[in-house]
Design a protein around this ligand. Structure first.
Ligand SMILES: Cc1cc2nc3c(=O)[nH]c(=O)nc-3n(C[C@H](O)[C@H](O)[C@H](O)COP(=O)(O)OP(=O)(O)OC[C@H]3O[C@@H](n4cnc5c(N)ncnc54)[C@H](O)[C@@H]3O)c2cc1C
Length: 304
């Protein structure tokens, strides 16, 4: 029996675990990936807005987070596959057959990039899918590329690619771009960026590598093909809440509803970080929420 089981070891889960440890709680952290860090592992831009620390990228910040983790006294299991969770009973079943029991559960499962679910999207990972303009820019220099999405992330990546690629086509399903005005103005004055609104990419095509995308424009009868060597998808995020849907109160987009103390709709179950913060997902928000949940759990256990 653990005092706390934390599901997810991104910034929110790491912070919750460090606080639980400091407060003397018997804590187990379960992480599905081989490595801890969550989204930090895919941040290739400098992190300049985490108070007191500047990092060249997410991995550098993770190294700073890992220092206290290596000295702390909580259990951390990586590569863990959770089969099911009974939140009311605080029982977690692992794919390996193990059953875990705890007094409290902290859900820190974060979010994942929304996939388009179209043919070619998985096949061309590593052969045409651009993970990040910051990281992959030189690989795609001199090549025509397509950016899917219409928000800040799509616009920012398109502007970075425009520094090295001859043409960039932005394909956005909405009527107008949702990116901030400064980005939209820069897109409009760029000579190599074309924007297709009310349009969707329906297929990615190629052999060894990506060679073209198929685009369907609103009111068109048939899609058309456009030759590109790279595609970057920024279609938003979705919360990792599949395991908890039956028992927890979620908002209309599937994010976990919490109070100011990170309390969910089930007693002694807390949710922290991006998985319960659709409006303002940040590293500082995630670590703060992790600390709050740990302190609330500790104060309740002491009172008992
Ligand atoms: C490209 C990019 C740039 C960013 N730049 C900044 C920035 O400059 N400043 C800033 O403040 N924020 C930035 N962010 C946002 C920031 O990274 C997130 O707000 C933060 O990582 C959220 O932490 P989290 O722990 O809530 O979730 P996550 O980082 O998503 O971590 C969740 C963890 O839970 C694990 N998990 C999920 N499901 C399960 C399961 N079933 N079982 C076990 N483990 C599970 C995941 O594998 C993951 O390790 C950026 C994000 C991205 C993608």
């Amino acid at each position: 029996m653990h005092d706390v089981v934390i599901i997810g070891a991104g910034p929110a889960g790491i912070s919750a675990a460090l606080w639980c440890d400091e407060l003397g709680l018997d804590t187990l952290v379960l992480e599905q990936q081989e490595e801890i860090g969550g989204q930090l592992l895919s941040v290739y831009n400098p992190i300049e807005n985490y108070p007191g620390l500047r990092a060249h990228d997410g991995r550098e910040l993770l190294e700073r987070f890992s220092e206290p983790v290596s000295k702390a006294d909580f259990d951390l299991w990586t590569n863990v596959e959770i089969e099911s969770v009974n939140l009311r009973a605080k029982r977690i079943s692992l794919r390996s057959g193990e059953e875990l029991q705890s007094i409290s559960i902290i859900i820190a499962t974060g979010v994942r990039r929304r996939q388009l679910g179209i043919p070619g999207e998985k096949e061309f990972v590593g052969h045409g899918i651009i993970e990040s303009a910051t990281r992959d820019r030189e690989l795609f220099a001199g090549k025509d590329v397509c950016v899917i999405g219409g928000g800040d992330a799509a616009a920012e990546n398109a502007l970075l690619l425009a520094e090295v690629c001859p043409t960039i086509t932005i394909v956005h399903r909405g009527k107008s771009l949702k990116a901030r005005r400064e980005f939209v103005e820069r897109l409009q004055t760029s000579h190599c960026i074309t924007v297709f609104t009310e349009s969707v990419v329906t297929r990615m095509l190629g052999n060894e590598g990506l060679e073209a995308v198929e685009i369907l424009r609103k009111d068109a009868l048939k899609p058309f093909q456009m030759a590109v060597r790279g595609v970057l998808v920024r279609a938003g995020f979705e919360p990792n809440t599949e395991l908890f849907r039956e028992e927890l109160q979620l908002d209309e987009k599937g994010y976990i509803s919490v109070t100011g103390q990170q309390v969910t709709s089930v007693a002694n179950v807390f949710a922290v970080g991006d998985v319960s913060n659709p409006l303002a997902p940040t590293i500082s928000g995630a670590t703060g929420a992790g600390a709050t949940a740990a302190k609330v759990i500790a104060s309740r256990l002491i009172r008992k």
